[in-house]
Design a protein around this ligand. Structure first.
Ligand code: PLP
Length: 409
């Protein structure tokens, strides 16, 4: 409940769903059309072609009328059989949920994790770091019988604000000379953080609409390599709605075997125009700059950033650990109530110990300065001692680092 009658725009600063630009909202308000008619085929072909550029792939991308969780299931059920052994890496809550899903589907999972310690979060040291490719390589080298069918990792771990190095995982698999498929969840990384499906040799990339693509929740993706399509031919997990083969076939003409999410596809078409118009690599640079500006605030406050390794700071969100004994959710609630600003909660093992600030999609410098101001006021009202002004640090960062169009297309 807000303290006052809401006026102006709500500050939706969770790391997805992210704010939907007016351009996209307007595009989605067009009348729904016949999904078997000729106009639809034009739209279908257009979005299916455009989305490949976002994944940086020349191979098929499946679009499901489902949330990201559905696309996780699609990736597993199209490529694996019951009892297959897969290697997953515990980077945070979403990696854990995906592992739980794989187990439920009858897949045998091995959950690798960082083995070190952490002073701030002794119960979740791996939730402050990225995937360790050396551990993956060592495990694959031991698998002389090639029993491991897939390596599954999360690119941008939305629960922590860590963006793992996917190219290093591909190098590890190749160095071990292992045939395992590489499956990557880039649900919150795609269209905000650098991602290259083909170049990094990813076999299945899973993504969703409600983060970097700036769309409402409701569509999700599987980008699939030729090797993944081959794996599908022998994979025996039950699948029907998720089955790639029928969809790939009908997608050739721009149609789906079932009723697709027409109005979200209008939105996707608009989002593709916006992102590709700006230039995908410019979008990545923009997010890196925003993230640096927001981290400047957290550093000024003197609070620990959830991600301890600067090499894998997320450009999408920043997690902030609250002092021992201070309930991060109570701070979030106060900030929402007083300033109409939504922040991400601490998920799973991080419940109550941290909050997340989203800085993705349809935003700008002043929106982010306002977010930092809301957080700073909330921290102070909650009695958290701050070393310095985060608002000043963010303003200084943005003023001192003008936005650059890095790579004009
Ligand atoms: N994986 C990651 C990294 C996510 O951030 C999310 C959602 O936030 C999911 C998976 C699950 O996606 P959905 O909630 O759309 O089902």
């Amino acid at each position: 409940q807000l303290d006052s009658h809401p006026t102006g725009r709500h500050f939706l600063q969770i790391p997805g769903p992210s704010p939907v630009p007016d351009r996209i909202l307007r595009a989605m308000s067009l009348p729904t059309i016949d999904h078997r008619g000729p106009e639809f085929g034009v739209l279908g072909r257009q979005v299916l072609t455009g989305i490949k550029q976002i994944f940086k792939t020349v191979h098929p991308v499946i679009i499901y009328p489902a949330s990201g969780t559905g696309a996780w299931e699609a990736a597993l059920s199209n490529t694996l059989s019951a009892g297959d052994h897969v290697l997953m890496f515990e980077t945070g809550h979403f990696a854990s949920l995906w592992q739980k899903m794989a187990t439920r589907l009858g897949i045998s999972t091995e959950f690798l994790a960082y083995g070190g310690t952490d002073a701030h979060l002794p119960h979740a040291p791996g939730w402050r770091r990225g995937v360790q490719a050396d551990l993956i390589e060592a495990r694959l080298r031991k698998d002389t019988e090639k029993k491991i069918k897939a390596v599954c990792v999360v690119h941008n771990e939305t629960s922590t604000g860590v963006t793992s190095d996917i190219a290093s995982v591909r190098r590890a698999i190749d160095a071990a000379g292992h045939p395992a498929l590489l499956m990557v969840d880039s649900i919150s990384g795609l269209a905000s953080a650098d991602f290259r499906h083909d170049e990094w040799g990813v076999d299945v990339t899973i993504s969703g609409s409600q983060k970097g693509l700036m769309l409402p929740p409701g569509i999700s993706f599987n980008a699939i390599s030729p090797r993944a399509l081959e794996a599908m031919k022998v994979a025996k997990l039950p699948r029907s709605f998720w089955a790639w083969d029928e969809i790939v076939e009908m997608n050739k003409d721009g149609y789906w075997p079932y009723t697709p999410n027409t109005n979200l596809l209008y939105g996707l078409s608009e989002a593709l125009d916006m992102i590709l118009g700006e230039g995908l690599d410019n979008v990545f640079v923009r997010h890196q700059r925003w993230a640096a500006g927001v981290r400047a605030a957290v550093n000024a406050w003197g609070l620990p950033i959830q991600c301890v390794d600067p090499a894998v700071y997320s450009p999408v969100l920043t997690g902030v650990i609250t002092p021992e004994g201070v309930d991060a959710d109570a701070i979030r609630r106060l900030i929402h109530q007083r300033f109409d600003l939504s922040l991400g909660t601490g998920l799973g093992k991080l419940k109550g110990r941290m909050f997340r600030m989203g800085h993705l999609g349809d935003s700008n410098d002043l929106t982010l300065v306002a977010m930092v101001a809301g957080v700073e006021m909330g921290l102070k009202l909650s009695g958290v001692k701050l070393a310095d002004s985060g608002v000043q640090a963010t303003m200084d960062y943005f003023a001192g680092h003008p936005a650059q169009v890095a790579l004009l297309q």
